[in-house]
Design a binder for this molecule. Structure first.
Ligand code: ZN
Length: 411
């Protein structure tokens, strides 16, 4: 079985929009209530609440006069919230995510139907009160529909993200074929090295145009009186432009990841702690705008479908500061230094191209040392790495003691 997700636009009637608003409200209230309970429980016992623990709180709430309106919400929607909340808590405790946040009615609203959604012609049929909602379905939904997430953007548009299970398996992941290393940067979005040449992929040009427009609309909205009708209208325009920006970006990331996956079997990237980096305010905008996390995500699922392999190398690997020719490592390489000359062998490096070469070499080294790479990488590409043992040993020590702060743009 393979899984596939498809996003479709929904066109609910006015009445359905009301039902959705009610469901969004219930789900949001239940999330916030459950999160509060988790916090209290944690203070008292040192543990969070499980999905079943959360679910067991629901029946008494539905009986209570003050919260009986919860009964009007399709019950599996609330149970999906319990599941997501208990997962969010678990991810936090296992250090994979930030602490779960309370949800606000001013942001994107969403609910999940864990099962029982069906396609009926050009519509989706939901269980419970919602019923058949008109949809714009581009591709036939060919698999068994599993979870469906319905969301409403601040601009007022409705979407359904449909997760399906389809027959057949993905091709077995293979490491035979072309290997590409990718350095994710700020000046250029991505710099690749495929063993022959370095290619640079700049950020999409029209993105800047939309971003300018977005900033302008945000300024206009900020000038309107809070709570006024004009402010509400202006905010809606901001939301619409924001959606345009994110559509342009997603489109670009889809095309670029498709191109890379079509041309390579093994893709090597740095395991970026994007969250950690966004805390650095100066770079925050550039990083969240370029969407590195989304890009790696796209690469990952496209490779899985095509039977390729994604390798993430340690984020402490000094990809920018290492000479790809002789493996001498320099101490400092400020972000604004775009080219440098190796003091040991005299090779002149373009910062990002050099990093992509190093990332590729490190990925191949990992493949060959994990054993899965024996059949990989055309043999000749594995051997030179092994021949570089002394230098490699030198920085594998560094990997174990990650004291080097990560310099964005390559490490
Ligand atoms: Zn050198």
């Amino acid at each position: 079985m393979r899984r596939q997700a498809v996003k479709v636009r929904l066109y609910p009637t006015e009445q359905q929009a009301q039902i959705l608003a009610q469901h969004f409200g219930c789900a949001r209230w239940w999330w916030n209530y459950g999160l509060n309970k988790c916090i209290e429980t944690y203070k008292a016992t040192g543990k969070g609440l499980s999905q079943s623990g959360l679910n067991s709180l629901l029946p008494p709430l539905k009986k209570d006069k003050e919260t009986e309106w919860l009964g009007e919400c399709y019950s599996q929607v609330l149970q999906a919230v319990s599941l997501n909340l208990s997962r969010a808590y678990k991810n936090f405790f296992e250090d994979r995510a930030k602490y779960p946040k309370f949800k606000s009615r001013h942001h994107r609203q969403s609910i999940q139907y864990p099962q029982n959604v069906k396609q009926v012609d050009e519509s989706l049929k939901f269980p419970g009160l919602l019923g058949v909602v008109k949809a714009k379905i581009h591709r036939e939904l060919s698999g068994t529909i599993k979870t469906v997430t319905v969301s409403k953007c601040p601009s007022g548009k409705y979407y359904a993200s449909v997760l399906m299970e389809c027959d057949g398996d993905y091709p077995t992941s293979s490491t035979e074929g072309k290997v590409v290393g990718i350095d994710l940067g700020i000046k250029d979005f991505a710099i690749t090295y495929d063993g022959e040449k370095v290619s640079k992929y700049p950020n999409p040009k029209h993105l800047a145009k939309y971003e300018k427009k977005l900033a302008k609309k945000q300024r206009i909205a900020a000038r309107k009186v809070k709570g006024s009708n004009r402010r509400r209208k202006a905010t809606k325009i901001v939301a619409r432009v924001y959606e345009q920006v994110s559509n342009v970006r997603q489109d670009y990331l889809h095309k670029l990841s498709r191109k890379i996956v079509d041309n390579n079997q093994v893709v090597i990237v740095e395991n970026l702690n994007v969250k950690g980096m966004v805390r650095n305010h100066k770079l925050a905008k550039a990083i969240s705008d370029t969407g590195w996390g989304t890009f790696i995500n796209f690469l990952s699922y496209k490779l899985e479908r095509d039977g390729g392999t994604l390798i993430e190398i340690n984020r402490w690997f000094p990809s920018s500061k290492l000479c790809s020719n002789c493996h001498y490592q320099i101490n400092e390489l400020p972000l604004d230094v775009r080219t440098w000359t190796c003091p040991s062998c005299g090779t002149h490096h373009d910062r990002d191209g050099n990093a992509a070469i190093n990332i590729r070499a490190e990925g191949i080294r990992m493949l060959s040392s994990s054993g899965t790479g024996e059949a990989n990488a055309n043999g000749e590409e594995v051997r030179p790495i092994r021949g570089r043992k002394p230098k490699m040993r030198h920085f594998s020590v560094k990997l174990e003691a990650p004291t080097i702060p990560l310099a964005v743009g390559g490490g």
